[in-house]
Design a protein around this ligand. Structure first.
Ligand code: C2E
Ligand code: CA
Ligand code: CA
Ligand code: CA
Length: 279
């Protein structure tokens, strides 16, 4: 009850009430952000490691709020997950990403894939699968051009429901990737039991491939394991030429990172597409 909340509030330190005030303010601003059109997607190229040519782009969410400024996802996605707002926001991301990828196909005459991040709560929403299908239908995007990035955290629940949705998506032709591979707690056996197509090696491993022999060994082992299971590999967080060289030598399929391009607004990405030699 409300008066209870108020009396326990008195025990909070000033710092804590400040934090929860900020949280409440953020939550109420977020509730209106969709209708006020405050969300936007930025896009980061994913290229073939061997040639540097564009394969796809990852859609990365930003929240542009007049009071808070440009808010990065690490600051608001956890709150969106807790409050359940991630469901409508995630639906908007899916629609917008698919629509945008179809637009790129038209302007370039080439098929450019789009990767969309999906958080566990969003994935577990009963309407998730239908939402994906409806985004594909209304945009006209080919399912093979949509890749859903899922973290190992989702697989921890080991539930029939999770497995069922993954198989339904796979059957519909959508591609599935494991994001931040190597940072989760899952047993590797899930790679055998779920229909994943791609592993994304976390940037914490890529960072030091030329400085730490252990990291080099890990990245090499992940690439070889993925390939022997029939999976493709994307290296994240490639910032330097020496890392790109290492990944090329190790036959990592795709790369993504500041070395190739930072995430850009849709408009800048369109411009980049028109001018780049990477296409
Ligand atoms: P992520 O999926 O691992 O995305 C990659 C993050 O690494 C992005 O941060 C990207 O800007 C950053 N990055 C790319 N290249 C480099 C590099 O060379 N070096 C370094 N240091 N960083 C690089 P961002 O955009 O801040 O996103 C953070 C996280 O927020 C994402 O991590 C993802 O987990 C989550 N996220 C972003 N958009 C969405 C979304 O639409 N839905 C959901 N559920 N989560 C999202
Ligand atoms: Ca991702
Ligand atoms: Ca598949
Ligand atoms: Ca990642």
């Amino acid at each position: 009850a409300k008066h209870n909340g108020k009396s326990s509030y008195a025990h909070f330190s000033p710092e804590m009430s400040e934090v929860s005030h900020e949280r409440l303010q953020m939550e109420s601003l977020m509730r209106r952000a969709l209708e006020l059109n405050e969300f936007e997607l930025h896009y980061q190229p994913i290229v073939h490691t061997e040639t540097g040519k564009l394969q796809a782009a990852e859609a990365l969410l930003r929240w542009n709020n007049p009071t808070l400024g440009l808010v990065m996802p690490d600051r608001f996605i956890p709150l969106a997950e807790e409050t359940g707002l991630i469901t409508p926001v995630g639906e908007w991301v899916m629609q917008e990403a698919c629509r945008t990828a179809v637009g790129w196909g038209k302007t370039t005459g080439r098929s450019i894939g789009i990767s969309v991040n999906v958080s566990p709560r969003q994935f577990r929403d009963p309407g998730f699968f239908d939402g994906v299908m409806s985004a594909l239908r209304s945009s006209g995007l080919k399912p093979e051009l949509l890749e859903l990035e899922i973290t190992e955290r989702l697989l921890l629940d080991n539930s029939i429901e999770t497995a069922t949705i993954l198989y339904q998506l796979d059957k519909a032709g959508v591609r599935l990737s494991v994001d931040d591979f190597g940072t989760g707690y899952s047993a590797l056996s899930y790679l055998k039991s779920y229909p994943f197509d791609v592993l994304k090696i976390d940037k914490s491993f890529v960072n030091d491939v030329n400085k730490e022999p252990e990291d080099a060994s890990l990245v090499r082992a992940i690439i070889n394991m993925a390939h022997s299971l029939g999976l493709k590999v994307i290296a994240e967080g490639v910032e330097e030429e020496s890392q790109a060289d290492f990944l090329r030598r190790e036959h990592c399929d795709y790369s993504q990172g500041y070395y190739y391009s930072r995430p850009q607004t849709g408009k800048d990405f369109e411009g980049w597409l028109k001018s780049t030699h990477r296409i």
